[in-house]
Design a protein around this ligand. Sequence first.
Ligand code: NAD
Length: 306
Amino acid sequence: MTKIAFIGLGKMGQPMAANLLKAGHDVIGYDIISEAMAKHRAAGGRTAETAATAAKEAEVIISMLPAGDDVRALYLGPQGLIAALGEHRALFIDSSTIDVETARTVAAAAEKAGHEMLDAPVSGGVGGATAGTLTFMVGGSEAAFERAKPVLAAMGSTIVHTGGAGTGQAAKICNNMILGVSMLAVCEAFVLADKLGLAREKLFAVASKSSGQCWSLTSYCPVPGPVPSAPSNRDYEAGFTAALMLKDLRLSQLAAAQSDAPTPLGAHAAMLYQRLAESGLAEKDFSVAFRWLSGQSRSGLVPEQA
Ligand code: NAD
């Protein structure tokens, strides 16, 4: 049994913490929203008045927060956990999806103060968090990774050590840039098929067995019908929201700008998801790009010369 502080008991954090409890760990939860703490108590966990109170008791501190600024505020500065912990040493695991630079900055500050820190973002969504089948992409030292593995194994089924600090976040945004671009490519192909009088199921029959095959097509098809479990069959109820896809594409472009990486398709995908979100579809599943694109005209989305 490990004493774990779990900070951020939202849509992902609550079921992750519940799986740690099921595995027999002592999980002290904290969230700024009292209803989130009540859910954690209902699942059998303890809660604390502040993040620092939870952390001071813990051997491992896991954070699952919305964004990089929240992670900086939690760990850094005079009010942050690193200052609050004093002589108490712990392993920090940040599972939030945040920018690579923040992950590296916070990890360096933690290390300087004598703590170990891993960036361990996840894929698998709320379904994977509930089932305990998340994929963890873990950046940090080998020793910290080995220490974290038994804890992560209670929440996920695939745990990959990606390298040093920040590489977990790098893996997450590279993967999701592939996903954003490939989903849009599949959506565009179905929009074009509709215009050309090619039946959707015929395109699926061909492309799912040909070189156009990809996860966005065969596991998550954005048109209703071919893949019954896909959100397209339930009015694009998320799933993985377009807002989260936009967040991850923006993080990929921030990292690309900082590292001078040429990612024109990632940049264009971010722009398209921004327009989609502005049209009121942010909380729909990201595969709603098919419906959104179907309602657009070519001019304005495609350069004149193309
Ligand atoms: P969420 O908004 O449901 O949960 C975040 C929780 O953090 C909220 O309950 C909020 O009250 C709490 N919080 C914010 N600041 C806090 C603070 N200073 N101290 C304590 N608690 C604080 O978000 P989520 O969907 O659970 O996502 C969490 C992270 O996981 C995000 O970084 C997101 O990008 C990533 N992620 C989400 C999904 C998904 O499908 N929802 C999938 C993969 C990754």
